[in-house]
Design a protein around this ligand. Structure first.
Ligand code: ZN
Length: 111
C-alpha cells in the first residue's frame, strides 16, 4: 500500500520533476486506463520508466497523473495479481497431476 508520503515522494522524483531547461521534454499518458491526462517527463526519465527499469530490475514504472489515478491503478493491478495467482495455482495443480499420471518413470517408482 502506498502511503501519501510515499506517493508525494514518488511524485516529486518522477512525475512533477523540476525540469532543467536544457533537458528535452516529452509526455507519457497517465497509466490509469480511464484517464487520458498527460504527464510531462524528460526523454531520459521516459526511457527509464519504459525500458531501463524493466531491463535492470525486471520492474516497470507506471506513472499516473494524480493520487486518485495511482490508487485506481493499484486496485486494477491488485485484481490482475489475484487473477494471475489463481491461474498459477491452477497451472501447478495441472503440472502435478500430469507429472504423477503421465510420466512413466513416476508410475514405475510409485508401483
Ligand atoms: Zn490520471
Amino acid at each position: 500500500m502506498l502511503t501519501s508520503t510515499t506517493l508525494s515522494t514518488l511524485k516529486r522524483s518522477y512525475w512533477v520533476v523540476e525540469i532543467e531547461l536544457e533537458e528535452r521534454i516529452t509526455e507519457i499518458t497517465c497509466f490509469n486506463p480511464e484517464c487520458s491526462n498527460r504527464i510531462k517527463t524528460t526523454i531520459e526519465q521516459k526511457r527509464d520508466f519504459l525500458i531501463s527499469f524493466a531491463l535492470k530490475y525486471d520492474a516497470t514504472v507506471l506513472p499516473t497523473c494524480s493520487k486518485e489515478c495511482a490508487q485506481k491503478l493499484l486496485n486494477i493491478l491488485g485484481d490482475y495479481k489475484e487473477i494471475a495467482r489463481k491461474a498459477e495455482e491452477a497451472r501447478q495443480k495441472m503440472r502435478k497431476k500430469k507429472a504423477s499420471s503421465d510420466d512413466p518413470r513416476n508410475q514405475h517408482r510409485q508401483t
